[in-house]
Design a protein around this ligand. Sequence first.
Ligand code: MTE
Ligand code: MO
Length: 401
Amino acid sequence: MQAAALGALGATDAGLARAASFLPAARSALGAGVDAHPYGMPSAHEKRVVRRYLPWMNATTESSVSFTPLAALEGIITPNGLHFARHHAGAPDIAPCAHRLLIHGLVRRELVFTLEDLRRFPIVSRFHFLECAGNGALQWRGPQSNAVQFTHGMISCCQWTGVRLGDVLRHCGLKDGAQWLLCESADGAGYARSLPLARAMDDCLLAFAQNGEALRPEQGYPLRLLVPGCEGAASIKWLARIEVGDAPWMTREETARYSDLLPSGKARLFTLEQQVNSVITHPSPENPLRGKGAQQISGLAWSGRGRIRAVDVSFDGGVSWREAALEEPVLPKCLTRFRLPFDWDGKEMLIQSRAMDETGEVQPTYAQNIATKGETGIYHNNSITTWQVARSGEATHVRLD
Ligand SMILES: Nc1nc2c(c(=O)[nH]1)N[C@H]1C(S)=C(S)[C@@H](COP(=O)(O)O)O[C@H]1N2
Ligand SMILES: [Mo]
């Protein structure tokens, strides 16, 4: 960076000398000892970085969703305590030694596994996002909330560790006619979904850890299914039973819910894949611009179909586009961080990001999303989001067709 630009940011020699006088009182006192925090927590100054929920969205606090504060995070990994949480009957407390996974139905050997049994299969770790199909539902027909946390916070990304569902199913031995699984949980909702066998044999995990430690209770401790790239509803938490069958079960959660009602009155079922999507987190309603000059656009892109190939950024509401840099690693079915430095002239802007995945799929505009999925949709909104940045630097969520 040029000396002049650094000067504008306050990093002059004189500035550095003065900084010495700002050394905190901490210099002359003892800090917290090793016994203070057996399990470390964020600094007390970060206490605003928390999951949040909208009371009117939740039937009860148990049948509910809380959102990840995406705009306060860096990189691509969601800290475990900030992973969004979507429960239909609250998060149960399950002792791992008492937990079992039953696999039965069209298998040669019906088996009951303990967690220790499962750990005898080859263990793998994979980086994947998990996104609720309802992410973006709030702004289906226009802005309803002015925060990235609520427009896009039903997505999180972890390094998940577990064993391959395919290995465990092969161990049980699939019988002729096996086409679908019913995956059911041990929670009070008896939450259950049907999963096509081909997907189960592909890259699904029986996960017991996230970001290096045991799953959090809210994420399904001690065992969850992870169906990479698919709507979160398929990733059954507190997984207790898998039945192998020849047809889907048509549970409530795949018929009355998590199906896409089209303008024709028909509904699409089993639209599992999360489509290509992105959002700018800096600047955003939570992160206004502070002054003209050197700035950096930064945000997140993802696709349930594979890797992100490119992200374009517009400063003028989609009239012209510039390609952002993708930060490594760029992994399939994982959040990808994009960045684009720019010089702000202090004028109003309409900023947007538009991602393309490796299959060539591109995010639709608001109008295109409604044209294909209807006015009254809830699930699978992946349309381009617009922040209107005012001269003050404040960013506001606006609808732009
Ligand atoms: N047992 C069980 N599994 C569940 C759910 C649930 O309520 N109970 N909710 C589903 C939905 S709709 C989503 S989006 C994801 C959310 O996972 P998370 O709470 O770990 O973010 O879990 C899915 N698996
Ligand atoms: Mo969901």
